[in-house]
Design a protein around this ligand. Structure first.
Ligand code: NIG
Ligand code: FE
Length: 415
């Protein structure tokens, strides 16, 4: 008699199965946790009904299960799908003209001051129909999936009127229904002051729009930056957002030190993102209130800037770090999370294990989804990727190459 349980998918023989399961059930916020990938050699994973039902060695699982589909992952790495917890993936147009300006040495903030940058994407995005934005972002999401991303956060911020911001968030909502990647929506009305408006008036408009935008977004974010929104303006917007039930994020300390990391801590934001110019007190403040530091190594790389976030220092001081792409048409036109992991190792000296945890489980924490994605654990969504590498150190070692061979989302093979 066969006493094995019938299941949908069984992946076997993984040279390394990276569970990304931390021994600390709370937010992993200490160095030891981040470097612990929970590796199972010759690992296997069982999937039934979209969920992970068992994670163990191949030897143990083949005794227990009969699968409709068995995938032999011999000489391959099996790990959770990437969680890209910071993107601006819905927009119209491209900005390769700025690429040339950048090469001449004109800075990101100067390009914006000249009416380019975010504002030029705003102009194009306002003109685009919902259908046009939908089709373009649908293509993006399809390719993200091929690169192993199974959950993505998407911010508005290229509309800067209530209707245009709503349009972007509605596109995100509709995309969620027709393709496999889970989408977390963030309202970033305070991305910059639109061309035709006085800043005080626009800040008031953002604040008054919060209530009506609430049904469309889970998070609220502000681009807190010199010449964009000050710490006090950011506090005003986010305090009201919090009152309305938004979870909070901040674009923080990217080009200048404004002490917005302290504000992120004061408001108990879920994450503070960028952090290239954070101070010691800012680092301590993040650690104290478990605000996740979301690092975006693709941005300084693409903007040809020398200064990267001091990831090692933050880890040593107890900040939980995540990595994301910041995919957007200006400062990082890439959503390749494998490349972001390589850059985090090469430019921020993270260990491969730390960077991988930062791009999976800690990224899931940064969008409040660690209970369902980001690690290979029983009960979580079966979001699993198989990479054509023999061990996890090869992930950052090869760079700019798509190593992903198979993508399983919610228990279905989608690539
Ligand atoms: O995260 N910093 C502000 N916003 C984006 C860039 C947006 C753009 O340039 O279009 C960022 O880098
Ligand atoms: Fe961003």
């Amino acid at each position: 008699m066969n006493s094995k349980t019938n299941i949908d998918i069984l992946i076997t023989n993984a040279s390394e199965l990276l569970t990304c399961k931390s021994s600390n059930p709370q937010r992993p916020k200490i160095y030891k946790d981040l470097s612990d990938l929970g590796v199972i050699n010759n690992g296997a994973i069982a999937v039934e009904n979209g969920k992970i039902i068992s994670v163990d060695t191949t030897e143990n699982l083949i005794k227990l299960f009969n699968a409709k589909t068995t995938i032999n992952a011999k000489d391959k790495v099996v790990m959770p799908g990437f969680v890209d917890c910071h993107t601006h993936a819905i927009f119209s147009g491209t900005r390769e003209n700025e690429f040339l300006k950048k090469q001449e040495g004109i800075s990101y903030l100067d390009i914006l001051k000249q009416g380019g940058g975010i504002l030029s994407t705003v102009e194009k995005t306002r003109k685009a129909t919902k259908e046009e934005l939908f089709q373009k972002a649908k293509k993006t999401l399809k390719r993200m999936l091929e690169y192993g991303t199974t959950t993505v956060e998407i911010k508005s911020g290229y509309g800067l009127t209530f209707e245009d911001e709503k349009k972007i968030l509605e596109v995100a909502l509709e995309l969620e229904k027709i393709q496999p990647i889970d989408i977390i929506r963030t309202y970033l009305g305070a991305h910059t002051v639109p061309k035709d408006m006085i800043r005080e008036d626009y800040i008031k408009e953002v604040i008054t729009s919060l209530e009506n935008i609430k049904p469309y977004a889970e998070f609220c974010d502000v681009f807190c930056e010199k010449g964009i929104f000050s710490v006090d303006e950011t506090r005003e917007i986010l305090t009201y957002a919090k009152k309305l039930g938004f979870k909070l994020k901040l674009h923080s300390e990217q080009n200048n030190l404004l002490h917005s990391a302290e504000l992120a801590s004061e408001l108990h934001a879920i994450s503070a993102d960028h952090l290239e110019h954070i101070s010691d007190t800012g680092v301590e403040a993040l650690a104290k209130n478990n605000v996740i530091g979301v690092l975006l190594p693709g941005v300084p790389f693409y903007l040809m800037e020398e200064k990267y976030a001091n990831a090692k220092d933050m880890i040593n001081k107890g900040v939980a770090l995540a990595i994301a792409s910041d995919f957007n048409p200006g400062s990082c036109p890439s959503y390749n999370m494998q490349l972001m992991i390589s850059l985090a190792c090469l430019k921020m000296k993270l260990l491969p294990s730390e960077a991988i945890n930062a791009a999976t489980i800690n990224a899931a924490f940064a969008i409040d989804r660690a209970h369902e994605v980001g690690s290979l654990e029983v009960g979580k969504k079966a979001d699993i990727i198989i990479l054509d590498i023999e061990n996890h150190n090869q992930l950052p070692y090869f760079f700019g190459i798509n190593l992903v061979e198979t993508v399983i989302k919610n228990g279905k093979i989608v690539f």
